[in-house]
Write a protein that binds this ligand. Sequence first.
Ligand SMILES: *Cc1c(COP(=O)(O)O)cnc(C)c1O
Length: 373
Amino acid sequence: MEKTEIIQLATPAIQKLQPYQPGKPISELERELGLEEIIKLASNENPLGTNPKVQAVIQENLTELTRYPDGNGFELKRALAQKLNVDVEQITLGNGSNDVLDLIARTFLTTESEALFSEYAFAVYPISTQAVGAMAAISPAGRGESWMKYGHDLDAMAARINEKTGVIFVANPNNPTGTWFGKQQLESFLNVIPSHVIIVLDEAYFEYVKDSDYPDATRYLAQYPNLIVTRTFSKAHGLAGLRVGYSLSSAEIADLLNRVRQPFNVNSLALLAAEVALNDDAYLEETRRLNGQGVKQLTEALTQQGFNVIPSAGNFICVDFGKPAMPLYEALLKKGVIVRPLANYGLPNHLRISIGSEYENQFFINALASLAT
Ligand SMILES: *Cc1c(COP(=O)(O)O)cnc(C)c1O
């Protein structure tokens, strides 16, 4: 059989699906350019390094790998319930929160329904939507003069809801823009969403946000049985490589997601590591401190070099270079710096730069300065 025939065997939606473009791995750039030193600021990873307590628990359990993990994630769910003040029955564990987003799409979308999300929103929403053959409705980002023009326009999103809308994906803060919204905006939004629509509030960067007006969406779970809050251990907790995330929702929604979930979707080392990471306040505190410093360091340097930095509540910044940024991305690669181009998000003049260690940030700043024309 020829390749062209094979592709026709896939569902029409999958035939048209564009795969996710991850940040370039360090090993790949190493192979391509043979550089000695490479700095990766491309995937919003935690620059603090693997938590030693996580390393210890993994070492201790390396002899248990013949066993299947606990498919119910009993211990991790119990720890989460205690920490977040929710019931165990409200938690769904995922192989990263990306897994949970997929479960939501498979559970609540059909080929007849629509998922709604914002322009410049996280790239996984269209993929999860299209993979199940549902339609994507894209609401324009915030308008106006301020940086908020890149953020979600919740009023516009609410106005776009129709009888086909099955799921709304909202990221707060959003990746790749770093934009966020406050309590009042969220409450007004939740109030106008019809009860037949599932609202997903993606809080992947929850632990990083400093703004006291930032809403903790778990507070609204009791009032809105159609609300799902997703969070992850990949970002502030520093476990991106292990793949653990979760959602909090009504017990009814969790029950549905659990029916679709692979029985052993979170591996045994990840379950143990997440439990340790969850309760390591010192690691989280240091992560936040380092991030706050890094945001300041990068914002000041980039502003000084004349570039426009969108204010960010996450562990990354989105920078407007005022002209197509792909050549700059390529030139930075040659200097050993990997950042993230955003043309596939409809932001061809922007790059997303993850916050690294002070040294990594400076390495990037120097590389950029040496390229400035
Ligand atoms: C990184 C990210 C996620 C998911 O990451 P996982 O590693 O799959 O948990 C989800 N949403 C947003 C907005 C993200 O940036």
